[in-house]
Design a binder for this molecule. Structure first.
Ligand SMILES: *[C@@H]1O[C@H](CO)[C@@H](O)[C@H](O)[C@H]1NC(C)=O
Ligand SMILES: CC(=O)N[C@H]1CO[C@H](CO)[C@@H](O)[C@@H]1O
Length: 467
């Protein structure tokens, strides 16, 4: 029997131990530390409670600038795009340089997970309508405001508004996007700002709302009551299933939107109807005093089916499904924070909200209308010329975007091997009536069979003929 000499064995064993210890250190150093660092950064941004910044009550623009620079380490030497690693991953499309300051104001309220956060955007000319929303909703609100470095004095007005009523400090989390761009420079990155407000919402459910709407009825309590009733109860009825799908993020609840026929009547929210009976009186008066929102752009809201809404008596507690879903539908809806995010390519007016909802719909979201509830648009002046041009660009972008979402979704279905079906109903309904859907499906099928682009283009009519 051969035995290794004792010293050699202990040397080998010493080497092994030393190696193990070194390797552990190496791994920790390279993996663990950055992870810890990221976790603390993430915690700081997502869940922590940065101190609520108190601005001096009277500030000149210069003082506002100094304040920002000393509190958020902005300076000429450390410019705006000294960019946060996590936020830059989350918002790669944000125009540079810009800087996100989450929870510039953080509400003192503690919100329960099953609550509904209104997520929205404000610009400085909408402060007073925002006040109406905050005072009426009395629930969590997460709002993004873009402030140009060229007009920092807005922060002073903002501070005046924020401290004007305890409703703000109780309910409103406010996130700042700072950039050198003026609003008129096409920096209206609405969808990025929407996503930002939603990212920092502190509840499981959100309502994507425009700031110039006033909630007229208490849909928040209605939904929370039903969540408790049907999720804690044992019954497996339709309402139970609906709420379960709402929680999973495959059902959105629509609050129908209205406006005054005469803009002048819609200035004072205190005079707005507070229940469906009052609303129906105004709708059925001759001539109607209140109409569905944006009747002139019917595609935006008509899928809500107002005829059906009117036919359901007040106080029924009903919800009904949106059956015919226009691809420009952009209702104000409440949904799980797990839903698909808004596509951030949409900048400026037009199609941006529709793009959010289209993405969700193709991903399988179904819409149900709350038959007792409604919102009313608070009138204000629309004063901008840039809008028409932007809408024109965005209309084109939106067509391309729909195609792209459809191509991706159809491709996914094909890859997952269901060649005989057109995929789930969401894709069938939203994509198959597109003029080019057939062409896309064919292209994708050929692509997955390895047919070359040249063969393909020889056999297919050019795009122009199809559109
Ligand atoms: C709207 O509702 C009415 C009344 O229930 C119904 O007759 C009609 O078919 C619905 N329209 C759509 C587009 O679903
Ligand atoms: C929390 C914090 O750092 N506050 C500072 C913000 O900047 C002003 C000067 O403008 C300081 O006085 C505050 O202490």
């Amino acid at each position: 029997m051969i035995q290794r000499p004792q010293p050699l064995r202990s040397f080998l064993s010493w080497c092994l131990h030393a190696y193990a210890i070194l390797a552990t250190f190496y791994t920790l150093w390279n993996l663990g530390l950055p992870l810890l660092r990221y976790r603390s950064l993430a915690r700081n941004h997502l869940a922590g409670s940065p101190p609520r910044i108190i601005l001096p009550s009277k500030m000149t623009p210069q003082q506002a600038e100094e304040f920002l620079w000393s509190n958020f380490s902005l300076s000429a030497h450390c410019p705006l795009d000294a960019w946060d690693p996590i936020l830059s991953r989350a918002f790669p499309r944000l125009m540079h340089p810009s800087r996100i300051i989450p929870y510039y104001y953080r509400a003192a309220g503690n919100f329960e997970n099953d609550d509904i956060t209104v997520t929205t955007l404000i610009s400085s000319d909408r402060f007073s309508v925002f006040q109406n929303l905050v005072q009426r909703y009395k629930g969590p609100i997460s709002v993004t405001i873009h402030v140009s470095l060229l007009s920092l004095d807005i922060l002073v007005d903002l501070h005046t508004i924020y401290t004007s009523s305890p409703d703000f400090s109780t309910y409103v989390d406010l996130h700042l996007v700072l950039s050198p761009f003026e609003m008129s420079e096409g920096s209206r990155q609405f969808n990025a700002w929407r996503n930002l407000a939603r990212l920092y919402a502190r509840t499981d459910f959100v309502m994507m709302l425009d700031v110039d709407f006033v909630p007229s009825t208490d849909f928040r309590s209605f939904i929370r009551y039903n969540l408790k009733q049907h999720l804690l109860g044992s019954g497996v009825d339709n309402a139970h299933l609906l709420m379960e799908r709402f929680v999973q993020g495959s059902v959105a609840l629509v609050v129908p939107a209205f406006e005054y026929a005469r803009q002048g009547d819609g200035m004072n929210p205190d005079t707005f109807p507070r229940d469906k009976t009052e609303l129906l009186d105004l709708v059925h008066s001759d001539p109607p005093k209140v109409t569905p929102f944006h009747v002139a752009w019917a595609r935006g809201h008509q899928s809500t089916n107002y005829t059906k809404y009117y036919s359901i008596p007040p106080g029924s507690g009903q919800v009904y499904q949106v059956l015919k879903h226009d691809n420009a539908y952009e209702p104000y809806a409440i949904f799980s924070n797990k839903a698909a995010w808004c596509d951030e390519r949409f900048i400026g007016y037009g199609a941006n909200k529709a793009a959010c909802l289209f993405g969700m719909t193709v991903a399988g979201m179904e819409f149900y209308v709350l038959a007792d509830h409604f919102l009313i648009h608070r009138s204000h002046l629309y004063a901008e010329k840039a809008r028409a041009t932007e809408r024109g660009y965005n209309r084109k972008l939106y067509l391309d975007f729909q195609e792209e979402v459809c191509v991706r979704s159809i491709h996914k279905v094909l890859r997952e091997g269901e060649p005989d079906t057109a995929g789930p109903p969401s894709i069938r309904n939203q994509c198959m009536h597109q003029k080019i859907a057939e062409r896309m499906t064919q292209m994708i099928q050929e692509y997955s069979q390895g047919i070359s682009p040249t063969t393909r283009s020889a056999r297919l009519p050019p795009l122009k003929e199809m559109v």
